[in-house]
Design a protein around this ligand. Structure first.
Ligand code: SAM
Length: 282
């Protein structure tokens, strides 16, 4: 049974049944098919939802546990959701667990509209760093890379070819909120290669057969596009050939290669080295 209550923090629907159609629709966002249909995704946690609203993301539904009632921060976020035309649902912990597929869910879950930056709108300026990921498969890798791009102050990510979904629960969790701060674009390999032709700076690919030590390159004074290969196969020839340089991170020991997210992190900190200083975090 659903009850509808009027009053602060705005119109709140109380829902305790997993059979409620609103809950079923939110639960379905665990699957890509339904995320695509609804152009929506879930983000867990009060801080994340507040950050997303502050960054101008459009909230469709706010779900919060009964325990959040009377919490001023939760009520404020609920009021912002209603003001933005969204729906607020007060639910039992059982419902929240089912939505997030977790035993100890966060008190708050937000459902947001997905957002992709059209590739043609990316016109890199001097000093900007963009990251292109070829067919990234692992949600943890993608989430970690989005978080790292945010942390180093790179501009955004281009997903090339068939990749894991940046809006899956697992990826969003791994971004730790950076999914709201980092623009994500997507392109077929053909569209990417066409766009790359006009890239006004250095296109730096990474490759296990790269002949150039990544520390020997001067990345300053021009836009940089860092191109990373697929976890299993690395960069296909057509993408590798489109790079100005193919860089390698020297390794010792028995490992054949670095994990994709680790290699991206190593590269990004080198490319952004002169821009990053302690005490300048803001
Ligand atoms: N078996 C794959 C191959 O042969 O390329 C390994 C791919 S590796 C796990 C995933 C990506 O991380 C690579 O395509 C490359 O972009 C980057 N990478 C990993 N280790 C690297 C290294 N030592 N030097 C340069 N790039 C590296």
């Amino acid at each position: 049974m659903n009850e509808h209550r009027e009053g602060a923090p705005g119109r709140v629907k109380e829902v305790t049944s997993l059979a409620n159609p609103l809950i079923k629709s939110i639960k379905s966002l665990a699957l890509k098919k339904f995320r695509d249909q609804q152009h929506a995704f879930m983000a867990e946690g009060l801080k994340l939802v507040i950050d997303a609203l502050d960054l101008g993301w459009s909230i469709r539904t706010l779900v919060f546990a009964k325990a959040g009632l009377g919490n001023p921060a939760v009520e404020k976020v609920a009021a912002r959701t209603v003001a933005a035309g969204g729906t607020v649902l007060e639910v039992s912990e059982k419902v929240l667990s089912a939505i997030t597929r977790r035993d100890n869910p966060q008190m708050v879950v937000g459902v947001f509209a997905q957002r992709y930056l059209p590739l043609k709108e990316i016109r890199p300026q001097n000093g900007e760093v963009w990251v292109a990921l070829d067919r990234v498969r692992d949600p943890g890798n993608l989430g970690t890379i989005i978080r790292t791009v945010d942390a180093v102050g790179a501009k955004g990510i281009i997903l090339v070819g068939d990749t894991t979904d940046p809006f899956s629960l697992e990826t969003v969790r791994a971004t730790m909120g950076s999914v709201f701060a980092v623009p994500v674009s997507r392109a077929t390999p053909e569209a990417f290669l066409a766009w790359r032709k006009d890239f006004p700076g250095l296109v730096a690919g990474t490759h296990l057969k790269g002949a150039v030590d990544y520390r020997s390159v001067d990345f300053s004074g021009r836009p940089v596009l860092l191109l990373m290969g697929n976890e299993q196969q690395g960069l296909p020839d057509v993408l590798a050939q489109s790079c100005d340089r193919l860089l390698r991170i020297p390794q010792a020991g028995r490992a054949d290669s670095l994990n994709l997210a680790v290699a991206t992190g190593v590269m990004l900190f080198e490319i952004r080295r002169s821009a990053l200083t302690l005490g300048a975090e803001d």
